[in-house]
Design a protein around this ligand. Structure first.
Ligand code: CP
Length: 310
């Protein structure tokens, strides 16, 4: 492992910020942490650094795994919850950032319901910003942990046929995954009802597959997405039951191709995107994705800590 490697950008806002060399360095670092953690339990990469976990939108996996990652690297952490902050008294986002900066915080993990907030913060701070999911825009750390999971499972990402299925329109996970998978040389397809594709159809110029049966037949990997009802205008789907019937994966469909690898970023709407019984199949990697999330976020914090101003 090259310990001197510097990522091409001193922050992580978009998956497009990452070159294939960056991704290779992140995977190598994550693999090192994954394999050494059982022996070492604690690393010192972030000793003396404070990380703010600024989640303006709910999260279980991303928030907890970033917190754990920072702690395993010996960082100090502070948690910011917008609902119990002075934002509720009218303080602006930029004043909130200035306030946290004044407490000598160097790294910021930001989730926000509005696309563009992590970029706005990055343009207004000397701190290091990591995007933990912004609106419908990007979720780059999720895409990295998804591809890392494939890299560990298959020994490569290049040449894999990955179909991303479900609610593409509202999905930051889809946007980030398409970029990272294409950078790594995977073949990417989408399977979704027309109303859940972006208005300017297929801006990524990837293959479109109409039925979930055809997607299962074509793909090595099916990456299911959550139906994001909280971001959905009414009338976009005839009914949830119909979506589930035509775009969900049943036990019977999965059983027809047991070597198909199934992934989902979570949280899963079981019974809508996926039959619950499918989750216990060995090729269903949902829990592995969660485990890998901690090591990918350790790798990113460690590599980006090299840009902390001293
Ligand atoms: N995959 C994901 O971002 O999950 P959380 O919303 O629980 O963080």
């Amino acid at each position: 492992m090259n310990n001197d490697y510097l990522l091409s950008k001193p922050y992580l806002i978009n998956s497009e910020d990452l070159t294939s060399e960056d991704i290779a360095a992140i995977f190598e670092k994550a693999r090192y942490f994954l394999e050494d953690y059982p022996k070492q339990r604690k690393f010192t990469d972030l000793k003396g650094i404070t990380v703010a976990l600024a989640f303006f939108e709910p999260s279980t996996r991303t928030k907890l795994s970033f917190e754990l990652a920072a702690k395993r690297l010996s960082a100090d952490t502070i948690s910011f919850a917008s609902s119990s902050s002075s934002l509720t008294k009218g303080e602006s986002l930029i004043d909130t950032l200035r306030t946290i900066e004044a407490m000598d915080v160097q790294m910021y993990v930001v989730r926000h319901a509005n696309s563009g907030v992590p970029k706005f913060l990055q343009e207004n701070t000397r701190g290091v910003i990591l995007n933990a999911g912004d609106g419908k825009h990007e979720h780059p750390t999720q895409a990295l942990l998804d591809s890392f999971t494939l890299w560990r499972h298959f020994g490569r990402v290049e040449g894999l046929k990955v179909c991303i299925a479900g609610d593409i329109l509202h999905s930051r996970v889809a946007r980030s995954n398409i970029n990272v998978l294409k950078t790594l040389g995977a073949e990417v397809a989408l399977c979704s009802p027309g109303t859940l594709l972006p208005r300017y159809l297929n801006p990524w110029n990837v293959k479109l597959i109409e039925s979930i049966d055809d997607a299962i037949e074509w793909a090595d990997v099916l990456l299911m997405l959550r139906l994001q009802r909280e971001r959905m205008e009414s009338g976009i789907l005839p009914s949830i039951r119909e979506f589930s019937k035509f775009y969900g994966v049943s036990l019977e469909q999965f059983s027809r191709k047991p070597d198909l690898v199934l992934m989902h970023p979570g949280p899963v709407n079981y019974g809508i995107e996926l039959d619950y019984r499918v989750s216990s199949f060995p090729n269903c990697l949902i829990q592995t994705q969660v485990t890998h999330g901690v090591f990918i976020r350790m790798a990113l914090l460690s590599l980006l800590s090299k840009f902390v101003a001293v």
